[in-house]
Design a binder for this molecule. Structure first.
Ligand SMILES: Nc1ncnc2c1ncn2[C@@H]1O[C@H](COP(=O)(O)OP(=O)(O)OP(=O)(O)O)[C@@H](O)[C@H]1O
Ligand SMILES: [Mg+2]
Length: 347
């Protein structure tokens, strides 16, 4: 069966990313299982697609299954299929994913979430290409390439006896580890522009007017814990909320929950006090020894406030300036004075 869905393009030109693409090109044609490891949102599914479409199996199906989405019993019958009456509720014969992926590839997402029993059965298919359906008597043969993904550290899970060492040995012929976006600075603006142009088309705009320098700097200095998926969401959100779409995009909106009306727990509704405030002489004397270094302590206090405002604004410098009640240019001045721009990138 020809598979006509076009794989999504993998975008990036940083050296870590280029090395990974190179490894994928070498690995794809080999008829061996592959393990894809990466933080959430790094593109594990896209990497799996690329491995499949660059292999000789490209014309056969690529079947996907998220192992964390269903419970153990169902997972077994989802993978291997079941016969009529093999368990209560099994009123029809069910074709498993291995059978559907015959001659093609099977992408097992979140593999770390599988039970010992499922892992044992997977081991047998990987090793001998054999399995039985749930409730079935016959041993079936399978010609399927397994591509498994996880964001967990499998060797560590093996040490903790939460993952079978023998299965990991068979699967880990080679491992593709996707570098997190924060290690791929060169890719951030490239991806941002790509997502913005696509979103502009969706919004029926004639063109995307680009990002302001400040917006670019904000995007570059953020850590992207949710990686490419987070970047995509941030760009799409920032663009559709932009008021003047003919202007370059300036306001980067990281947090969709950010609102003065965000619900709070009743216990949080209290007058806010400044934790570092010391307003009587006794507590001051407990905290400091005279003579104090006035300049250094003042600078430290300024740095603390700036860092707090940057964190609060998710490194959006414009918003941080508003939180501190200074102009954007004043904030930039402080960031340069205290050399904070560089250090914040690696916090
Ligand atoms: N290099 C890239 N170029 C273009 N789009 C990308 C790239 N990497 C990821 N994406 C996009 O980012 C989103 C997340 O990718 P994907 O679903 O493959 O991540 P994942 O690693 O499987 O995440 P999770 O662990 O949360 O399931 C998708 O919309 C995908 O198209
Ligand atoms: Mg995924």
């Amino acid at each position: 069966m020809a598979n006509l869905t076009k794989p999504t393009q993998l975008i990036g030109q940083s050296s870590y990313f280029a090395n990974m693409l190179e490894q994928i090109s070498l690995l794809a044609p080999l008829n061996k299982p592959v393990l894809v490891i990466g933080e959430r949102g790094t593109g594990k599914e896209l990497v799996a697609e690329r491995l499949h479409y660059l292999s000789s199996r490209w014309h056969a199906p690529l079947i996907k299954l998220n192992c964390a989405a269903i419970n153990d019993n169902l997972l077994e019958s989802e993978l291997f299929g079941h016969e009529i009456g093999s368990f209560s509720g099994a009123s029809k014969k069910h074709i498993g994913r291995f059978a559907r992926a015959e001659n093609g590839s099977l992408f097992l997402d979140e593999l770390a979430n599988t039970s010992n029993l499922v892992q044992e059965k997977l081991l047998r298919v990987v090793e001998y290409g054999e399995y039985e359906t749930v409730g079935g008597q016959k041993t079936l043969n399978s010609d399927v390439r397994l591509i498994a993904a996880t964001n967990e550290d499998l060797p560590q899970l093996v040490e903790q006896k939460r993952f079978r060492a023998d299965l990991l040995d068979r699967l880990a012929f080679d491992v593709v580890t996707i570098p997190p976006l924060r290690y791929r600075q060169e890719d951030i603006l490239l991806l941002a522009e790509h997502f913005a142009i696509r979103m502009a088309t969706e919004l029926n705009l004639e063109y995307f007017a680009g990002f302001t320098d400040e917006a670019k700097e904000t995007l570059l200095s953020y850590q992207w814990p949710g990686n490419v998926r987070e970047l995509k969401n941030v760009i799409e959100r920032s663009l559709y909320r932009q008021t003047d779409l003919a202007e370059a995009l300036d306001n980067v909106i990281f947090d969709p929950f950010d609102s003065p009306f965000r619900p709070v727990k009743p216990s949080q509704i209290t007058e806010k006090s400044t934790p570092t405030q010391i307003n009587d002489l006794n507590s001051f004397n407990q905290a400091y020894n005279w003579p104090i270094d006035f300049a250094q302590l003042s600078a430290k206090h300024e740095i603390d406030m700036i860092k707090a405002a940057l964190k609060q604004s998710k490194f959006n410098q414009k918003q941080a300036a508003q939180l501190l009640n200074v102009s954007y240019h004043q904030l930039r001045g402080y960031l340069k004075k205290y050399k904070l721009l560089d250090s914040l990138k690696h916090d």
